[in-house]
Design a protein around this ligand. Structure first.
Ligand SMILES: Cc1cc2nc3c(=O)[nH]c(=O)nc-3n(C[C@H](O)[C@H](O)[C@H](O)COP(=O)(O)OP(=O)(O)OC[C@H]3O[C@@H](n4cnc5c(N)ncnc54)[C@H](O)[C@@H]3O)c2cc1C
Length: 507
Protein backbone atom coordinates (compact mmCIF):
# COMPACT_ATOMS: atom_id res chain seq x y z
CA UNK A 1 0.00 0.00 0.00
CA UNK A 2 1.38 3.41 -0.97
CA UNK A 3 1.32 6.09 1.77
CA UNK A 4 -1.31 8.75 1.16
CA UNK A 5 0.24 11.36 3.42
CA UNK A 6 3.94 11.85 4.13
CA UNK A 7 5.36 14.40 6.57
CA UNK A 8 9.04 15.31 6.26
CA UNK A 9 10.59 16.81 9.37
CA UNK A 10 13.51 19.06 8.35
CA UNK A 11 14.07 21.03 5.16
CA UNK A 12 17.79 20.31 4.67
CA UNK A 13 19.07 18.59 1.51
CA UNK A 14 17.90 15.13 2.66
CA UNK A 15 14.36 16.17 3.57
CA UNK A 16 13.75 18.38 0.53
CA UNK A 17 15.11 15.85 -1.95
CA UNK A 18 13.13 12.98 -0.38
CA UNK A 19 9.96 15.12 -0.54
CA UNK A 20 10.40 15.87 -4.24
CA UNK A 21 11.21 12.29 -5.20
CA UNK A 22 8.25 10.98 -3.19
CA UNK A 23 5.88 13.35 -4.92
CA UNK A 24 7.29 12.52 -8.37
CA UNK A 25 6.99 8.78 -7.69
CA UNK A 26 3.50 9.06 -6.23
CA UNK A 27 1.72 12.25 -7.35
CA UNK A 28 -1.46 11.37 -5.44
CA UNK A 29 0.42 11.41 -2.14
CA UNK A 30 0.25 14.59 -0.02
CA UNK A 31 3.82 15.51 0.95
CA UNK A 32 4.63 18.29 3.45
CA UNK A 33 8.02 19.47 4.66
CA UNK A 34 8.22 21.11 8.11
CA UNK A 35 11.30 23.31 8.53
CA UNK A 36 11.95 25.31 11.69
CA UNK A 37 14.00 27.99 9.87
CA UNK A 38 12.92 30.38 7.14
CA UNK A 39 13.34 29.55 3.42
CA UNK A 40 16.68 31.37 3.31
CA UNK A 41 17.98 31.37 6.87
CA UNK A 42 20.45 28.50 6.56
CA UNK A 43 23.93 28.85 7.97
CA UNK A 44 27.16 27.49 6.61
CA UNK A 45 29.02 28.16 3.38
CA UNK A 46 29.57 25.75 0.51
CA UNK A 47 29.47 21.97 0.24
CA UNK A 48 31.18 19.74 -2.32
CA UNK A 49 29.44 17.35 -4.74
CA UNK A 50 31.77 14.80 -6.32
CA UNK A 51 31.38 13.05 -9.67
CA UNK A 52 29.92 9.80 -8.29
CA UNK A 53 27.21 11.68 -6.40
CA UNK A 54 26.34 13.70 -9.49
CA UNK A 55 25.93 10.48 -11.48
CA UNK A 56 23.51 9.07 -8.89
CA UNK A 57 21.51 12.31 -8.70
CA UNK A 58 21.36 12.43 -12.48
CA UNK A 59 19.83 8.96 -12.64
CA UNK A 60 17.25 9.82 -9.95
CA UNK A 61 16.30 13.33 -11.06
CA UNK A 62 18.14 14.93 -13.99
CA UNK A 63 16.26 18.26 -13.72
CA UNK A 64 17.43 18.93 -10.18
CA UNK A 65 20.99 17.88 -10.96
CA UNK A 66 21.13 20.19 -13.96
CA UNK A 67 20.23 23.19 -11.77
CA UNK A 68 22.64 22.14 -9.02
CA UNK A 69 25.53 21.88 -11.49
CA UNK A 70 24.57 25.24 -13.01
CA UNK A 71 24.67 26.83 -9.54
CA UNK A 72 27.97 25.18 -8.56
CA UNK A 73 31.58 25.91 -9.34
CA UNK A 74 33.98 23.25 -10.66
CA UNK A 75 37.42 23.23 -9.11
CA UNK A 76 40.76 21.42 -9.07
CA UNK A 77 42.55 20.34 -5.89
CA UNK A 78 45.88 21.57 -4.50
CA UNK A 79 48.09 20.72 -1.56
CA UNK A 80 50.40 23.51 -0.44
CA UNK A 81 53.35 23.33 1.95
CA UNK A 82 55.28 26.56 2.21
CA UNK A 83 55.93 27.57 -1.40
CA UNK A 84 55.55 24.05 -2.79
CA UNK A 85 52.21 23.24 -4.45
CA UNK A 86 50.90 19.98 -5.91
CA UNK A 87 47.82 20.25 -8.14
CA UNK A 88 45.39 17.57 -9.29
CA UNK A 89 42.83 18.23 -12.00
CA UNK A 90 39.26 17.13 -11.34
CA UNK A 91 36.67 17.34 -14.11
CA UNK A 92 33.48 17.04 -12.12
CA UNK A 93 34.09 18.10 -8.52
CA UNK A 94 31.86 21.09 -7.79
CA UNK A 95 31.34 23.32 -4.78
CA UNK A 96 27.89 24.80 -4.25
CA UNK A 97 26.64 27.30 -1.67
CA UNK A 98 24.40 25.63 0.87
CA UNK A 99 21.94 28.50 0.36
CA UNK A 100 21.87 27.81 -3.41
CA UNK A 101 21.58 24.06 -2.88
CA UNK A 102 18.58 24.54 -0.61
CA UNK A 103 16.97 27.10 -2.86
CA UNK A 104 17.23 24.76 -5.89
CA UNK A 105 15.83 21.87 -3.83
CA UNK A 106 12.99 24.01 -2.41
CA UNK A 107 12.06 25.20 -5.89
CA UNK A 108 12.03 21.69 -7.33
CA UNK A 109 10.09 20.30 -4.38
CA UNK A 110 7.38 22.95 -4.82
CA UNK A 111 7.34 22.40 -8.58
CA UNK A 112 6.56 18.73 -7.93
CA UNK A 113 3.67 19.70 -5.65
CA UNK A 114 5.28 19.43 -2.20
CA UNK A 115 3.98 21.87 0.44
CA UNK A 116 6.76 23.60 2.40
CA UNK A 117 5.99 25.00 5.85
CA UNK A 118 8.65 27.20 7.41
CA UNK A 119 9.21 28.85 10.75
CA UNK A 120 7.96 26.37 13.38
CA UNK A 121 9.83 23.68 15.26
CA UNK A 122 7.87 20.39 15.26
CA UNK A 123 8.20 16.92 16.72
CA UNK A 124 7.80 13.72 14.72
CA UNK A 125 5.04 12.59 17.12
CA UNK A 126 2.80 15.56 16.44
CA UNK A 127 2.84 15.11 12.66
CA UNK A 128 -0.28 13.37 11.39
CA UNK A 129 0.81 11.23 8.42
CA UNK A 130 1.15 7.62 7.20
CA UNK A 131 4.93 8.08 7.03
CA UNK A 132 7.13 10.55 8.92
CA UNK A 133 10.58 11.07 7.39
CA UNK A 134 12.79 12.47 10.15
CA UNK A 135 15.49 14.43 8.31
CA UNK A 136 16.09 16.73 11.28
CA UNK A 137 19.87 16.78 11.10
CA UNK A 138 22.83 15.81 13.24
CA UNK A 139 21.14 16.89 16.50
CA UNK A 140 17.90 15.09 15.58
CA UNK A 141 15.41 15.29 18.46
CA UNK A 142 13.56 12.39 16.80
CA UNK A 143 16.64 10.18 17.16
CA UNK A 144 17.36 11.34 20.69
CA UNK A 145 13.81 10.78 21.96
CA UNK A 146 13.24 7.52 20.09
CA UNK A 147 14.50 3.94 20.42
CA UNK A 148 16.87 4.00 17.43
CA UNK A 149 19.91 3.02 19.49
CA UNK A 150 21.75 6.21 18.49
CA UNK A 151 25.42 6.65 19.50
CA UNK A 152 27.66 9.64 19.04
CA UNK A 153 31.45 9.48 18.89
CA UNK A 154 33.21 12.80 19.37
CA UNK A 155 36.44 13.47 17.43
CA UNK A 156 39.75 14.48 19.04
CA UNK A 157 40.50 17.36 16.69
CA UNK A 158 38.80 20.75 16.52
CA UNK A 159 37.49 22.49 13.42
CA UNK A 160 35.99 25.81 12.55
CA UNK A 161 33.81 26.40 9.48
CA UNK A 162 34.16 29.85 7.93
CA UNK A 163 34.32 31.51 4.53
CA UNK A 164 36.03 34.08 2.34
CA UNK A 165 34.65 36.89 0.20
CA UNK A 166 36.48 35.72 -2.93
CA UNK A 167 36.67 32.49 -4.92
CA UNK A 168 39.91 30.58 -4.55
CA UNK A 169 41.39 29.33 -7.84
CA UNK A 170 41.16 25.71 -6.62
CA UNK A 171 40.54 23.69 -3.50
CA UNK A 172 43.48 24.12 -1.11
CA UNK A 173 44.82 21.91 1.65
CA UNK A 174 47.49 23.92 3.44
CA UNK A 175 49.13 23.40 6.83
CA UNK A 176 50.66 26.45 8.51
CA UNK A 177 53.01 26.24 11.50
CA UNK A 178 52.57 28.86 14.21
CA UNK A 179 54.20 29.43 17.60
CA UNK A 180 51.25 27.46 19.08
CA UNK A 181 51.29 24.50 16.69
CA UNK A 182 49.91 23.60 13.26
CA UNK A 183 46.62 24.75 11.74
CA UNK A 184 45.43 23.18 8.47
CA UNK A 185 42.88 24.57 6.07
CA UNK A 186 40.59 22.61 3.77
CA UNK A 187 39.23 25.34 1.51
CA UNK A 188 37.35 25.36 -1.78
CA UNK A 189 35.51 27.88 -3.97
CA UNK A 190 31.77 27.49 -4.41
CA UNK A 191 30.57 30.58 -6.28
CA UNK A 192 32.20 33.40 -8.20
CA UNK A 193 32.69 35.39 -5.00
CA UNK A 194 32.93 32.95 -2.10
CA UNK A 195 34.93 30.03 -0.74
CA UNK A 196 34.45 27.67 2.19
CA UNK A 197 37.49 27.95 4.45
CA UNK A 198 37.50 25.18 7.02
CA UNK A 199 40.33 25.14 9.56
CA UNK A 200 41.39 22.19 11.70
CA UNK A 201 43.80 21.82 14.57
CA UNK A 202 44.71 19.52 17.46
CA UNK A 203 43.65 20.07 21.06
CA UNK A 204 47.12 21.14 22.37
CA UNK A 205 47.51 23.80 19.66
CA UNK A 206 43.94 25.00 20.28
CA UNK A 207 44.62 25.37 24.02
CA UNK A 208 48.04 27.01 23.54
CA UNK A 209 46.44 29.61 21.25
CA UNK A 210 43.85 30.35 23.97
CA UNK A 211 40.87 29.12 21.97
CA UNK A 212 39.57 26.98 24.83
CA UNK A 213 38.91 30.31 26.57
CA UNK A 214 37.27 32.00 23.56
CA UNK A 215 35.10 28.90 23.06
CA UNK A 216 34.03 28.93 26.73
CA UNK A 217 33.21 32.64 26.57
CA UNK A 218 30.81 32.00 23.67
CA UNK A 219 28.97 29.48 25.83
CA UNK A 220 28.30 32.11 28.52
CA UNK A 221 24.65 33.02 29.16
CA UNK A 222 23.48 35.98 27.14
CA UNK A 223 25.82 35.35 24.16
CA UNK A 224 23.83 35.97 20.97
CA UNK A 225 22.98 32.72 19.15
CA UNK A 226 24.54 33.96 15.90
CA UNK A 227 27.84 35.16 17.48
CA UNK A 228 31.07 33.88 15.89
CA UNK A 229 34.44 33.38 17.58
CA UNK A 230 35.85 36.68 16.31
CA UNK A 231 39.12 36.31 18.27
CA UNK A 232 39.89 33.04 16.48
CA UNK A 233 38.87 34.46 13.11
CA UNK A 234 41.18 37.49 13.47
CA UNK A 235 44.10 35.25 14.57
CA UNK A 236 43.54 32.79 11.72
CA UNK A 237 43.37 35.59 9.16
CA UNK A 238 46.98 36.30 10.03
CA UNK A 239 47.97 32.61 9.98
CA UNK A 240 46.43 32.06 6.52
CA UNK A 241 47.15 35.55 5.14
CA UNK A 242 48.88 34.09 2.07
CA UNK A 243 46.05 31.73 1.09
CA UNK A 244 43.52 34.49 1.91
CA UNK A 245 45.47 37.05 -0.14
CA UNK A 246 45.13 39.35 2.87
CA UNK A 247 41.31 39.17 2.78
CA UNK A 248 39.24 38.62 5.97
CA UNK A 249 37.68 35.37 7.16
CA UNK A 250 33.91 35.54 7.33
CA UNK A 251 32.13 33.92 10.26
CA UNK A 252 28.55 32.70 10.33
CA UNK A 253 27.82 31.25 13.80
CA UNK A 254 31.44 30.13 13.49
CA UNK A 255 32.84 28.39 16.56
CA UNK A 256 35.35 25.62 17.27
CA UNK A 257 33.64 22.23 17.17
CA UNK A 258 34.58 18.58 17.48
CA UNK A 259 33.14 16.37 14.76
CA UNK A 260 30.33 14.11 15.95
CA UNK A 261 29.98 10.77 14.18
CA UNK A 262 26.41 9.51 14.54
CA UNK A 263 25.55 5.82 14.27
CA UNK A 264 22.19 4.13 14.97
CA UNK A 265 21.24 0.50 15.55
CA UNK A 266 17.94 1.04 13.74
CA UNK A 267 16.71 3.71 11.35
CA UNK A 268 12.97 3.09 11.65
CA UNK A 269 10.42 2.92 14.44
CA UNK A 270 6.68 2.55 13.75
CA UNK A 271 5.82 4.93 10.90
CA UNK A 272 8.93 7.10 11.42
CA UNK A 273 12.17 6.69 9.48
CA UNK A 274 15.49 8.52 9.96
CA UNK A 275 17.30 9.97 6.95
CA UNK A 276 20.59 11.83 6.41
CA UNK A 277 22.56 13.30 9.31
CA UNK A 278 19.79 12.28 11.72
CA UNK A 279 20.71 8.62 11.07
CA UNK A 280 24.46 8.84 10.37
CA UNK A 281 27.30 11.27 9.81
CA UNK A 282 30.77 10.87 8.30
CA UNK A 283 33.75 13.16 8.91
CA UNK A 284 33.72 16.25 6.70
CA UNK A 285 37.13 15.44 5.19
CA UNK A 286 35.48 12.98 2.80
CA UNK A 287 32.84 15.60 1.89
CA UNK A 288 29.95 13.13 1.98
CA UNK A 289 27.24 14.42 4.34
CA UNK A 290 25.03 15.95 1.67
CA UNK A 291 25.69 13.04 -0.68
CA UNK A 292 24.63 10.49 1.94
CA UNK A 293 21.46 12.41 2.83
CA UNK A 294 20.42 12.70 -0.83
CA UNK A 295 21.31 9.08 -1.63
CA UNK A 296 19.25 7.98 1.40
CA UNK A 297 16.34 9.89 -0.11
CA UNK A 298 16.68 8.00 -3.42
CA UNK A 299 16.79 4.62 -1.65
CA UNK A 300 13.86 5.41 0.66
CA UNK A 301 11.62 6.50 -2.19
CA UNK A 302 12.55 3.41 -4.25
CA UNK A 303 11.77 1.18 -1.26
CA UNK A 304 8.40 2.85 -0.62
CA UNK A 305 7.51 2.49 -4.31
CA UNK A 306 8.17 -1.24 -4.17
CA UNK A 307 5.78 -1.69 -1.20
CA UNK A 308 3.90 -3.71 -0.16
CA UNK A 309 3.75 -1.87 3.18
CA UNK A 310 5.66 0.76 5.12
CA UNK A 311 7.41 -1.67 7.49
CA UNK A 312 8.73 -3.81 4.63
CA UNK A 313 9.81 -0.67 2.75
CA UNK A 314 11.73 0.67 5.79
CA UNK A 315 13.48 -2.70 6.17
CA UNK A 316 14.46 -2.69 2.50
CA UNK A 317 15.66 0.93 2.70
CA UNK A 318 17.93 0.06 5.59
CA UNK A 319 19.17 -3.14 3.92
CA UNK A 320 20.12 -1.18 0.80
CA UNK A 321 21.64 1.87 2.47
CA UNK A 322 23.31 0.56 5.62
CA UNK A 323 26.24 -1.26 3.89
CA UNK A 324 27.03 1.82 1.74
CA UNK A 325 26.75 4.16 4.72
CA UNK A 326 28.92 1.98 6.94
CA UNK A 327 31.54 1.69 4.20
CA UNK A 328 31.68 5.48 3.92
CA UNK A 329 31.77 5.87 7.70
CA UNK A 330 34.78 3.54 7.81
CA UNK A 331 36.54 5.56 5.07
CA UNK A 332 35.65 8.72 6.97
CA UNK A 333 36.99 7.26 10.23
CA UNK A 334 40.37 6.59 8.60
CA UNK A 335 40.36 10.00 6.94
CA UNK A 336 39.53 11.69 10.25
CA UNK A 337 42.43 9.91 12.02
CA UNK A 338 44.75 10.93 9.17
CA UNK A 339 43.78 14.60 9.37
CA UNK A 340 43.93 14.61 13.18
CA UNK A 341 47.55 13.44 12.94
CA UNK A 342 48.38 15.58 9.91
CA UNK A 343 51.08 17.90 11.40
CA UNK A 344 53.47 14.96 11.91
CA UNK A 345 53.79 14.39 8.14
CA UNK A 346 54.49 17.88 6.83
CA UNK A 347 58.18 16.94 6.37
CA UNK A 348 57.20 14.93 3.25
CA UNK A 349 57.63 16.59 -0.15
CA UNK A 350 54.25 17.97 -1.18
CA UNK A 351 53.71 15.47 -4.03
CA UNK A 352 54.31 12.49 -1.73
CA UNK A 353 51.99 14.11 0.80
CA UNK A 354 49.31 14.31 -1.91
CA UNK A 355 49.76 10.57 -2.55
CA UNK A 356 49.49 9.98 1.21
CA UNK A 357 46.30 12.07 1.25
CA UNK A 358 44.73 10.18 -1.66
CA UNK A 359 45.59 6.79 -0.11
CA UNK A 360 44.71 7.75 3.51
CA UNK A 361 41.51 5.71 3.61
CA UNK A 362 42.56 2.93 1.23
CA UNK A 363 39.99 3.70 -1.49
CA UNK A 364 42.16 5.23 -4.23
CA UNK A 365 44.75 2.75 -5.55
CA UNK A 366 48.13 4.20 -6.54
CA UNK A 367 47.87 3.18 -10.20
CA UNK A 368 44.40 4.75 -10.50
CA UNK A 369 45.67 7.99 -8.96
CA UNK A 370 48.61 7.81 -11.42
CA UNK A 371 46.04 8.06 -14.25
CA UNK A 372 44.11 11.04 -12.84
CA UNK A 373 47.13 12.88 -11.40
CA UNK A 374 50.09 11.77 -13.55
CA UNK A 375 52.25 14.84 -12.80
CA UNK A 376 51.85 14.61 -9.04
CA UNK A 377 52.32 10.83 -8.92
CA UNK A 378 55.29 11.04 -11.33
CA UNK A 379 57.01 13.60 -9.09
CA UNK A 380 56.19 11.60 -5.95
CA UNK A 381 57.71 8.45 -7.49
CA UNK A 382 60.88 10.31 -8.51
CA UNK A 383 61.22 11.61 -4.93
CA UNK A 384 60.60 8.13 -3.57
CA UNK A 385 62.74 5.97 -5.84
CA UNK A 386 64.38 8.05 -8.57
CA UNK A 387 63.57 7.53 -12.27
CA UNK A 388 60.32 6.55 -13.94
CA UNK A 389 58.33 3.36 -13.37
CA UNK A 390 57.20 1.35 -16.39
CA UNK A 391 53.56 2.16 -17.20
CA UNK A 392 52.52 -1.50 -16.93
CA UNK A 393 54.05 -2.32 -13.52
CA UNK A 394 54.06 0.69 -11.25
CA UNK A 395 53.53 -1.37 -8.10
CA UNK A 396 56.33 -3.86 -8.93
CA UNK A 397 58.69 -0.94 -9.56
CA UNK A 398 57.84 0.63 -6.18
CA UNK A 399 58.51 -2.66 -4.36
CA UNK A 400 61.81 -3.19 -6.23
CA UNK A 401 63.44 0.15 -5.31
CA UNK A 402 66.53 -0.04 -3.09
CA UNK A 403 66.66 1.62 0.34
CA UNK A 404 69.43 3.14 2.40
CA UNK A 405 68.45 3.62 6.03
CA UNK A 406 71.24 5.02 8.25
CA UNK A 407 74.23 2.82 7.57
CA UNK A 408 72.16 -0.10 6.24
CA UNK A 409 71.33 -0.73 2.60
CA UNK A 410 68.68 -2.98 1.10
CA UNK A 411 68.55 -4.02 -2.57
CA UNK A 412 64.71 -3.84 -2.69
CA UNK A 413 61.89 -2.77 -0.37
CA UNK A 414 60.92 -6.41 0.09
CA UNK A 415 64.38 -7.52 1.32
CA UNK A 416 63.49 -7.53 5.02
CA UNK A 417 66.22 -8.42 7.57
CA UNK A 418 65.65 -10.15 10.94
CA UNK A 419 63.70 -7.59 13.04
CA UNK A 420 61.81 -7.50 16.33
CA UNK A 421 58.21 -8.49 15.68
CA UNK A 422 55.45 -6.10 16.76
CA UNK A 423 51.97 -7.66 16.64
CA UNK A 424 49.34 -5.02 15.85
CA UNK A 425 45.65 -5.79 16.16
CA UNK A 426 43.81 -2.61 17.06
CA UNK A 427 41.20 -0.21 15.74
CA UNK A 428 42.89 3.13 16.27
CA UNK A 429 46.69 3.53 15.92
CA UNK A 430 46.50 6.81 17.90
CA UNK A 431 44.80 5.18 20.92
CA UNK A 432 46.65 4.44 24.21
CA UNK A 433 47.25 0.88 22.90
CA UNK A 434 48.89 2.45 19.85
CA UNK A 435 51.02 4.67 22.14
CA UNK A 436 52.23 1.54 23.96
CA UNK A 437 53.23 -0.16 20.69
CA UNK A 438 55.13 2.93 19.53
CA UNK A 439 56.93 3.00 22.91
CA UNK A 440 57.94 -0.67 22.41
CA UNK A 441 59.47 0.14 19.03
CA UNK A 442 61.51 3.04 20.39
CA UNK A 443 65.18 2.23 20.73
CA UNK A 444 65.08 -0.99 18.68
CA UNK A 445 67.00 -1.10 15.40
CA UNK A 446 63.82 -1.83 13.45
CA UNK A 447 60.45 -3.53 13.85
CA UNK A 448 58.47 -5.95 11.71
CA UNK A 449 54.87 -4.75 12.08
CA UNK A 450 52.70 -7.84 11.74
CA UNK A 451 49.02 -8.57 12.39
CA UNK A 452 45.84 -10.16 11.04
CA UNK A 453 45.75 -10.82 7.29
CA UNK A 454 42.54 -8.92 6.49
CA UNK A 455 42.86 -5.68 4.54
CA UNK A 456 41.44 -3.32 7.22
CA UNK A 457 44.04 -4.67 9.67
CA UNK A 458 46.81 -4.10 7.10
CA UNK A 459 45.74 -0.48 6.53
CA UNK A 460 45.75 0.09 10.29
CA UNK A 461 49.23 -1.35 10.74
CA UNK A 462 50.55 0.82 7.93
CA UNK A 463 49.29 3.81 9.97
CA UNK A 464 50.88 2.43 13.13
CA UNK A 465 54.18 1.86 11.29
CA UNK A 466 54.07 5.46 10.10
CA UNK A 467 53.68 6.62 13.71
CA UNK A 468 56.70 4.51 14.66
CA UNK A 469 58.81 6.00 11.82
CA UNK A 470 57.83 9.59 12.46
CA UNK A 471 57.88 9.55 16.25
CA UNK A 472 60.89 7.32 16.93
CA UNK A 473 62.95 7.29 13.72
CA UNK A 474 63.00 3.48 13.94
CA UNK A 475 63.01 1.58 10.66
CA UNK A 476 59.78 -0.33 9.93
CA UNK A 477 58.80 -3.25 7.77
CA UNK A 478 55.08 -3.99 7.42
CA UNK A 479 54.02 -7.57 6.84
CA UNK A 480 51.10 -8.12 4.48
CA UNK A 481 49.59 -10.55 2.03
CA UNK A 482 51.07 -10.39 -1.48
CA UNK A 483 47.47 -9.98 -2.64
CA UNK A 484 47.54 -6.54 -0.96
CA UNK A 485 50.72 -5.34 -2.64
CA UNK A 486 48.90 -2.27 -4.03
CA UNK A 487 48.24 -1.06 -0.49
CA UNK A 488 51.81 -1.86 0.56
CA UNK A 489 53.21 0.06 -2.42
CA UNK A 490 51.01 3.09 -1.62
CA UNK A 491 52.26 2.83 1.97
CA UNK A 492 55.89 2.95 0.79
CA UNK A 493 55.43 5.99 -1.46
CA UNK A 494 53.40 7.74 1.28
CA UNK A 495 56.15 7.23 3.86
CA UNK A 496 54.08 4.90 6.05
CA UNK A 497 56.77 2.25 6.05
CA UNK A 498 60.37 1.70 4.90
CA UNK A 499 60.09 -1.95 3.87
CA UNK A 500 57.35 -4.50 3.28
CA UNK A 501 57.38 -8.23 4.03
CA UNK A 502 55.17 -10.05 1.52
CA UNK A 503 53.43 -13.13 2.86
CA UNK A 504 51.46 -15.83 1.10
CA UNK A 505 48.55 -15.50 3.52
CA UNK A 506 45.09 -14.97 2.02
CA UNK A 507 43.78 -11.51 2.87
C1 LIG B 1 32.25 21.51 8.59
C2 LIG B 1 31.35 20.72 7.70
C3 LIG B 1 31.64 20.64 6.35
C4 LIG B 1 30.83 19.92 5.51
N1 LIG B 1 31.17 19.81 4.21
C5 LIG B 1 30.43 19.04 3.40
C6 LIG B 1 30.78 18.83 2.03
O1 LIG B 1 31.77 19.35 1.53
N2 LIG B 1 30.01 18.03 1.27
C7 LIG B 1 28.91 17.44 1.79
O2 LIG B 1 28.24 16.73 1.05
N3 LIG B 1 28.53 17.62 3.06
C8 LIG B 1 29.26 18.41 3.89
N4 LIG B 1 28.89 18.58 5.19
C9 LIG B 1 27.73 17.89 5.73
C10 LIG B 1 26.41 18.48 5.37
O3 LIG B 1 26.32 19.82 5.75
C11 LIG B 1 25.31 17.65 6.06
O4 LIG B 1 25.71 16.34 6.14
C12 LIG B 1 24.01 17.71 5.28
O5 LIG B 1 23.51 19.00 5.32
C13 LIG B 1 22.98 16.75 5.88
O6 LIG B 1 21.71 16.97 5.34
P1 LIG B 1 20.41 16.63 6.19
O7 LIG B 1 19.26 17.03 5.32
O8 LIG B 1 20.45 15.27 6.72
O9 LIG B 1 20.47 17.57 7.48
P2 LIG B 1 20.61 19.15 7.63
O10 LIG B 1 21.19 19.77 6.44
O11 LIG B 1 21.24 19.40 8.94
O12 LIG B 1 19.08 19.62 7.71
C14 LIG B 1 18.26 19.37 8.83
C15 LIG B 1 17.15 20.43 8.85
O13 LIG B 1 16.18 20.09 9.81
C16 LIG B 1 15.74 21.25 10.45
N5 LIG B 1 15.20 20.83 11.75
C17 LIG B 1 15.87 20.21 12.76
N6 LIG B 1 15.03 19.95 13.77
C18 LIG B 1 13.81 20.41 13.39
C19 LIG B 1 12.53 20.41 14.03
N7 LIG B 1 12.36 19.86 15.24
N8 LIG B 1 11.48 20.97 13.38
C20 LIG B 1 11.65 21.52 12.13
N9 LIG B 1 12.84 21.55 11.50
C21 LIG B 1 13.89 20.98 12.12
C22 LIG B 1 16.98 22.10 10.54
O14 LIG B 1 16.66 23.48 10.70
C23 LIG B 1 17.66 21.81 9.21
O15 LIG B 1 17.27 22.73 8.21
C24 LIG B 1 29.68 19.30 6.04
C25 LIG B 1 29.36 19.39 7.38
C26 LIG B 1 30.20 20.09 8.22
C27 LIG B 1 29.85 20.14 9.68
Amino acid sequence: MQPRRVAVLGGGPGGLYAARLLKLANPACEVRVYEQGGPDTTFGFGVGLAAGTQRRLEAADPDTLRDLVAAGLRHDMTMQIGDAVAEVHNDRLIGIARTELLSVLQRHAEKAGVVLEFGARRTAGELDADVVVAADGVSSATRESGTFGGRIQVGRGLYLWCGTDFALDAAVFAPVETEHGTFVTHAYPYTGGRSTFLIETDEQTWRRAGFDATTASLEAPGTPFEASDETSLRYLEQVFAEQLRGRPLIGNRTRWLRFRTVRCDRWAEGNTVLLGDAAHTAHFSIGSGTKMAMEDAIALVDALAEGPDVTTAFTRYEEVRRPAVERLQELARRSQLWWESFPSRTGLPVERLMVAYMSRAGNVPLDRFAQTGPDVVGAALRQYGGGHPPADDLVGWVLDRPLTHGDRSFPTRTAVPELERLWVDLHDPWSPEGDALVARARGTDGVLVAGPAARPALLTRLDLAERVRLETGTMTAVEGSAALRDDLAAGLVSGRTDLVALSEETA
